[in-house]
Design a protein around this ligand. Structure first.
Ligand SMILES: [Zn+2]
Length: 154
């Protein structure tokens, strides 16, 4: 009899504690996961705050890469067969070879124009076929032939 009574008492306390923990959990859940409309009621959001939070339309792409211009396009220089000093910078001083696009870093149209004008100057006798004029040797370097702009096989 006594034993049975004690057992029931123990059971009831267990049920009580369990229900108390459950209620506490429910309250905690409600405070953490409060519906949005309840949160909005407790804090009045002004129109300015809403406007400030809206996504902003950018005029141009901030991640857009800057357009790379070749040196002749950058300074708006048109290669000409009479401008030997300029053309001689696109030719090797040792072999007379006209440097390729991978070395000069020119755009396709300017490179073709430079090659054409160099041939024209050579045919007109303004430029040497193999050797650079000594007076042009110390001219500033437009590019480094030993470190090409673009990788190549040789
Ligand atoms: Zn160009």
């Amino acid at each position: 009899m006594f034993f049975c009574k004690h057992q029931t008492h123990k059971m009831s306390s267990y049920v009580l504690t369990r229900s108390f923990v459950g209620a506490a959990k429910k309250i905690l859940w409600r405070t953490l996961h409060r519906p949005i409309h309840e949160a909005a009621e407790s804090h009045q959001i002004s129109n300015e705050e809403i406007q400030a939070d809206l996504p902003v339309q950018l005029e141009k792409n901030p991640y857009e890469k800057p357009r790379v211009k070749c040196i002749l396009c950058k300074y708006n220089i048109e290669p000409d067969y009479k401008n030997v000093r300029l053309l001689s910078q696109f030719q090797s001083r040792y072999t007379g070879r006209i440097y390729g696009r991978h070395i000069t870093g020119l755009c396709k149209s300017k490179q073709a124009k430079v090659e054409h004008e160099i041939l024209k100057a050579q045919n007109a006798g303004f430029m040497a076929y193999y050797f650079k004029d000594v007076t042009y040797v110390k001219d500033p370097q437009l590019f480094d032939p030993d470190h090409p702009f673009r990788p190549h096989n040789y």
